[in-house]
Design a protein around this ligand. Sequence first.
Ligand code: DP6
Length: 322
Amino acid sequence: MNHPITARAHTNIALTKYWGKKNEQLIIPNNSSISLTLDEFYTDTTVQFIDELSNDVIYLNDKLLSDNNKIIKFMDIVREKAGISTFAEIHSYNHVPTSAGLASSASGFAALAAAASKAAGLDLNEIELSRLARLGSGSATRSIYGGFAKWKKGNDDKTSYAVSVQDPVKMDIRMIAIVLNNSPKKISSREGMKISVETSPYYESWIKQTNDDLKTVENAIKDNNFTILGKTAELNSMRMHSLTLSSDPSYLYLNNDSLTVIHAVKNLRKNGIECYFTMDAGPNVKIICQSNNVSSIVKKISNLFNNNQIKVSKPGSKVKYL
Ligand code: DP6
């Protein structure tokens, strides 16, 4: 029996999104992406390899999962890399609403990559951890890092990984997550992006546009220009969602509550309170703002939704062992 290892990874929200794979098995994306890691949402995962086990035993928030192929496949990769055949007991605690567009797979696979690799006796650097996390879920590549991180698309397993862009973050930036639906989404990001790649007539334009958006956001980070960062993130998010609308069959992550928040953000902006929104593969909306505007925005949104649905987050830190 080996020692249990616990790692904590924070979720990240893409400012320019990853949407579509060049290689589905190795999770090599068609485009690079850039994100902000958040301190409020994270996953703590403990992994212990135990000789007596005849299969992996996985608990999520203390509940035994009867089967989870994604995790088992991931553990097989870790075993192969470490040259071991022992199964593991895994305990994962998600401080993120699971599968509702708040990127629980990002923090989940980043924490699992860190805990499982170390428990298996591997000593991986950040790039190697990012590559490993990618094999669980693409967005997890970026959750190895704190602050702003960029997933460089690369061409293959060796060259596709994330790097730190800026940590600690210099910009005054906050994200307010409006949690609209805690239930797992109907179309996963994995399925959704595949439909977009295969059927949206606008997919090629997306690739070109998102490359430009990424450069704009990178420069905004360098120049500490919140306005350009926020504007571009909002546009890029809507550009991604327009792929869902133009796919065959079309599908939609936004619901009526998401639209209510979007309109509220636009109204706040009209009234001189600078804020922007971004959305992922679920109905939740994340509002991007600066610290001086947090209380006015929360006040406005709490007229529309319960206070427990509103979570204010600062930039978060990189993966760490507890
Ligand atoms: C909309 O990383 O969940 O959040 O690689 O198939 O596991 P898989 O997909 P996933 O997709 C995230 C999509 C997104 C945008 C982003 O985080 O860049």
